[in-house]
Ligand binder design. Structure first.
Ligand code: V47
Length: 374
């Protein structure tokens, strides 16, 4: 049985009262959580909310990442993945190659393709529509979670369409939902340092708003552990929460630990384990209207993701198969993980593993086929 809440930090007492009463935390509370040294007490509160929402269940999925191109005009300082068009290591998959990549990897039936890539200056919008149509035709039962808000805004600009028209066309082609990337930190001061050619925070939020209005669910991320401060993170979380109040379109919040290696910010330290755990816990406590909080094992390591399941997270993401964005930035985690290994991590955390599809419906399966409970 869980022990009662206890803390030496007087600032956490009023926060605990609100959390236990199911009341919303304000910006000052969020700052106090960041400034508290009592990580176990912050984690206790986040775990309380997590268990109120999800009981003992922890989710994972069988997903494959596909990055059709790493060519990118943006040159973000946070990124080690993007390349200029003619730079060594730049690649762009022909459509046939992207479809073949989708089919390669594990024999286990995949329920989701996660598709993101660089902002390519020459690929026409038709390439992306054909990519999606071809995937839907070849894998009709696989959910296509494709293109960050940043990619959507760039495709719209290149195709001379509005964001709404771009989203409508991608949805018609077969996009089922959107991943949460590109949000980074919304504050201009930080964005100017880490990703100054990307859309700004308001444009990211507006693109998410439009996607949600069209019935497309999305996720939301926050990149932490670089040049941002506590206030920037609180501002980011509160903006996400405000949009979620309006649209209810976000499914999952995913804090992403910055990997500095091979980026222009490689002089910065990597995040520490306690920092990763605290970020999960604070996300769970502040984002009271987000159904799910994911500790993405690729980002923080399987060991931290497992511990996060007792500090607010209810999801550790999935099999992934092939990962380029963090591995280019020095990640030492494996490229992918088998279902059985994800299940073992979850069980050893004392949680009940549930394989989910992208919309959090339970999946039952054999090695080569699956059924989604609707
Ligand atoms: O937006 C890029 C981040 C994101 C680095 O929605 C970096 O289910 C750390 O959003 N160090 C893309 N992070 C990944 C992403 C994601 C991943 C898994 C699941 C989902 C989901 C979304 O990766 C980018 C950026 O914030 N990123 N470079 C780096 N050097």
């Amino acid at each position: 049985m869980a022990h009662a809440f206890q803390t030496d930090d007087p600032h956490l007492r009023s926060i605990a009262e609100k959390v236990l009463a199911g009341k919303r935390l304000e910006s000052d509370d969020a700052l106090a959580l960041y400034r508290s040294g009592d990580v176990l007490a912050v984690g206790w509160l986040a775990n309380h909310v997590r268990e109120r929402l999800h009981g003992n269940v922890a989710y994972f999925n069988v997903t494959r990442h596909i990055n059709p191109t790493n060519v990118c005009v943006a040159a973000c300082r946070l990124c080690a993945f993007g390349r200029k068009k003619d730079a060594p290591g730049a690649y762009t998959m022909a459509l046939e190659e992207a479809w073949q990549t989708a089919a390669s990897g594990y024999s286990e039936a995949i329920t989701e393709f996660h598709i993101v890539g660089g902002l390519h200056p020459d690929l026409p919008f038709e390439y992306f529509l054909d990519l999606i149509r071809g995937l839907k035709q070849r894998f009709p039962r696989v959910h296509l979670k494709a293109f960050t808000m940043v990619e959507i805004a760039y495709l719209a600009k290149r195709a001379k369409l509005t964001i709404r028209e771009t989203l409508e066309k991608l949805k018609d082609a077969g996009v089922d939902s959107l991943p949460g990337g590109g949000a980074e930190i919304f504050a201009d001061r930080v964005r100017h340092i880490i990703c100054d050619h990307k859309i700004d925070g308001d444009q990211w939020l507006e693109t998410a708003r439009l996607a949600h209005q069209l019935g497309l669910k999305s996720n939301a991320t926050m990149l932490y552990g670089h040049v941002e401060n506590d206030e920037d993170r609180v501002d980011h979380l509160l903006k996400l929460r405000a949009l979620q109040d309006e649209t209810k379109g976000f499914q999952t919040y995913i804090p992403l630990a910055f990997h500095p290696a091979n980026t222009p910010l490689q002089h910065l330290y990597t995040t520490t384990g306690l920092r990763d755990i605290k970020e999960i816990a604070i996300g769970r406590l502040v984002l009271d209207n987000f159904p799910h909080v994911k500790s993405y094992w690729q980002m923080v390591s399987p060991k931290i993701a497992q511990i996060a399941l007792r500090f607010g997270a209810d999801d550790i993401d999935g099999t992934v198969v092939e990962e380029k964005i963090y591995h280019d930035a020095g990640a030492t985690t494996p490229q992918g993980m088998r279902r059985q290994e994800l299940i073992r991590l979850i069980k050893e955390a004392g949680r009940d593993p549930i394989e989910r599809d992208t919309l959090y419906r339970p999946v039952s399966r054999t090695e080569t086929s699956f059924t989604v409970s609707v």
